[in-house]
Design a protein around this ligand. Sequence first.
Ligand SMILES: Nc1ncnc2c1ncn2[C@@H]1O[C@H](COP(=O)(O)OP(=O)(O)O)[C@@H](O)[C@H]1O
Ligand SMILES: [Mg+2]
Length: 220
Amino acid sequence: MSDTRQQILEILGGHMSAILARSVLSLSISWSKVDPNRLRPGDDNRLLAELEKGCRLYVRDDTLRQTCMEQMQTLLTINGHTLPPPEEPPRLTRVPVLGESDIVDARGIGRLVCNKLGFSGAMQIKVATAISELARNIVQYADKGEITITTLNGNRRGIEVVARDEGPGIADISLVMSDRYNSRTGMGIGLKGTRNLMDEFDLKSTPGKGTEIRVRKYMD
Ligand SMILES: Nc1ncnc2c1ncn2[C@@H]1O[C@H](COP(=O)(O)OP(=O)(O)O)[C@@H](O)[C@H]1O
Ligand SMILES: [Mg+2]
């Protein structure tokens, strides 16, 4: 990758001593808080404004100074636009759930996404536990299905997990979500416990067609 700092120094050095060029550049970087080698949109103008202040002191000739500024502007525009965009974490991860190892994978991916989002350790474990309960139900009752994990970047940051299958469905939803029902498998947390661990819980199930459970946890 091109070293933009070095290229700016070369341009400045054509108009002033090497030592002055270095100090104009380093002061411009610290005043504008812009690293020429990590330009983001809008950064180039802030850096150029500071470079211009330095050039006004040391390149007295207006025409020469203008040439110097234009050279740096061109350089920053080209380098700013050829840099790769900042890395964004994937928004959606789909995990096919067919067996025991997929439960572990889905759980691990959920935890990782929470960690990237900045969830506390305790919150990461809550989400991971909910995911393993949902994935275990798929393996136990529907044989196969999938879990999707999506980051929520709207006005509330968080994570959404959807568990889908085309299994037998849940005949009596109100029974399994009631106080009368006690989960015995998985970690014994079950659907009720999962609802308690998360901020939002939505269960849709049609006997003979399948089940879709959507849960969400927010950062705050
Ligand atoms: N994906 C699913 N497909 C079909 N039935 C399900 C599914 N998930 C849960 N169930 C039914 O709901 C019941 C309650 O589930 P849960 O609360 O996880 O407790 P447990 O799995 O320990 O019985 C299960 O016993 C099962 O009959
Ligand atoms: Mg269960």
